[in-house]
Design a protein around this ligand. Structure first.
Ligand code: SIN
Length: 278
């Protein structure tokens, strides 16, 4: 697929596409920004290769798509509060984002998505997987769609970023006392830009259905997670230095594969503000 000299190479059937022919360090035309937005809407995550972005250009790029959300838990890159560091050092065994999740679903107004730029990647491993929550929703039975249509779910950051979770912290996260609020969102959302329906619960942050106990919620949530993890709804991105991924949190989950112990992986992440979900 080629449009406006941009080549779109799908990564898999349901989610992800590489966009070629764009130098993200340049001042991009409105037409190019619109083409990236359209591809993001369709594919849920778009990937770029061989980019050379300074911190300032990374920020300038993000600002073409919206307002930057300054992450309250991640350590920021020194001198650049807008950029969160996603780091794993050779001696560390735990990575950041190692289970399936949707960033910021614990916020009342969840973030639109993130632009993750590879600064230093391991020689092997450290891929990121993405899953389409459009595809997951579409493949449910009519009966399940009907049931889920009437449900809302509670999402929380406490168990991931709160004081107990950060007790043995290594400095990569902080501000544990800010992990106080929970948020309630529909279990099925209409994507604010595309209007497509997407499943909006995730293993990282969803704690129970509204009005149900955690115990009562567990079985149905696990059924939905097992369904959403089907391989045909996912893609896997292998990073190289200079690779960049821009994902939409409303239509995808992601997971950072933790299979590169003994090597450094350093990514810079900028997150964009979203809108209320319905
Ligand atoms: C994240 O969950 O935001 C990090 C993803 C990654 O490091 O691949």
């Amino acid at each position: 697929m080629i449009s406006n000299a941009i080549e779109i190479r799908p990564s898999a059937g349901a989610v992800g596409a590489e966009l070629h022919g764009i130098d993200l360090a340049q001042d991009l035309s409105g037409e190019t920004i619109a083409a990236i937005r359209a591809a993001l809407g369709q594919w849920g995550v778009v990937f770029f290769r061989d980019q050379r972005l300074s911190e300032a250009r990374h920020i300038a790029l993000a600002e073409r798509f919206g307002t930057i959300n300054i992450n309250r838990f991640f350590r920021a890159v020194e001198g650049w509060p807008q950029i969160a560091e996603v780091r794993k050092e050779p001696e560390q065994t735990k990575n950041i984002g190692g289970g399936w999740h949707t960033d910021h679903s614990y916020d009342q107004i969840p973030a639109l998505g993130s632009i993750l730029y590879a600064r230093e990647v391991p020689a092997f491993g450290g891929d990121t997987m993405f899953a389409s929550m459009y595809a997951a929703y579409d493949a449910l039975s009519d009966g399940m769609k009907h049931t889920l249509g009437g449900l809302r779910a509670v999402h929380s950051s406490r168990h991931v970023f709160g004081p107990t979770a950060q007790r043995d912290g290594d400095g990569r996260l902080g501000n544990a006392d800010a992990a106080t609020q929970d948020a309630v969102h529909p279990v099925v959302i209409a994507h604010p830009e595309t209007g497509r329906k997407a499943l909006y619960v995730n293993p990282g942050f969803t704690i129970h259905f509204e009005g149900w106990t955690a115990e009562e919620s567990r079985g149905l949530l696990e059924t939905l997670y097992r369904h959403a993890m089907r391989p045909e709804f996912s893609c896997r991105f292998t990073w190289r230095d200079g690779s960049l991924a821009f994902w939409d949190n409303r239509s995808t989950w992601h997971l950072a594969v933790n299979d590169y112990h003994g090597q450094r992986r350093l990514m810079h992440r900028i997150t964009l503000e979203g809108v209320a979900l319905h």
